[in-house]
Design a protein around this ligand. Structure first.
Ligand SMILES: [Zn+2]
Length: 126
């Protein structure tokens, strides 16, 4: 079920996609090799060591960009949930099929922020 996320900020937004919630079907992480200098504490010799590192993928929104067809697993990413909570990202729609949805009039799924209910006055206790 693809989702559409829209950036609400007028600057670039980058979110890291950690392996745990994002790589269910296929790992999108990158394997990279970094070179570190290791010093032998006894002799003081320095040697270059190649260390393999697992880098998570990331996703970038341009200012006010809307990206559709995103996997639902993104909603499990803490950074994306935080961005939605701060109002930096907006969950536009969660479509069951890829056909273009009707704009505006269609009822939205509000997964992020449920509308506040009308407060009812508490019953008076006698
Ligand atoms: Zn991964």
């Amino acid at each position: 079920m693809p989702i559409t996320l829209e950036s609400r900020v007028r600057r670039m937004l980058v979110v890291n996609l950690p392996h745990d919630p994002c790589c269910r079907d296929q790992c999108g992480c990158a394997e990279t090799t970094v070179v570190v200098t290791a010093e032998n504490p006894r002799t003081g010799d320095r040697v270059a060591k190649h260390v393999s590192k697992h880098l998570p993928a990331s996703m970038t929104w341009l200012a006010l960009e809307r990206r559709s067809g995103l996997p639902t697993a993104l909603l499990a990413v803490p950074d994306i949930r935080a961005a939605i909570g701060r109002g930096h990202l907006r969950l536009v729609e969660q479509t069951p099929d890829p056909e273009p949805a009707a704009p505006a009039a269609a009822p939205r799924t509000t997964a992020a922020a449920p509308a506040p209910s009308n407060p009812t006055p508490a019953a008076k206790e006698a």
